[in-house]
Write a protein that binds this ligand. Sequence first.
Ligand SMILES: [Zn+2]
Length: 126
Amino acid sequence: MHIRKDDQVEVIAGDDKGTPSSRRIAKVLRAIPSKNKVVVQGVNRVYKHMKPSQKNPQGGRLSKEMPVDVSNVMLFCPKCNRGVRQGARFTAEGRKERYCKKCGQGLGTLGPKKPAHAEAAKAAPR
Ligand SMILES: [Zn+2]
């Protein structure tokens, strides 16, 4: 899946999507790759009605984000100031990196360094 926990994303579809004048940028709280879903802060929030219990003696309404389909969000690029399509490449030290396909901005590295990939990155023009 192309979105991970703690990513900043723009919500582009669904009930909580933003508009061009009011973009909806939020943090991913949880990624669920097996279901292709993500839980995004403040998005798809539902109220759960709770009976009073030991843990929650007052009972009442509990607000909770529910998972949304990962296709409803795009990775946020700070340089473009919007959700963008992302690509993957290797950095000079051989670490996998996601980048913005629009402006080329790096959007964070993933995983360990791999020297073999460093060689490939040097050989390939950026
Ligand atoms: Zn960008």
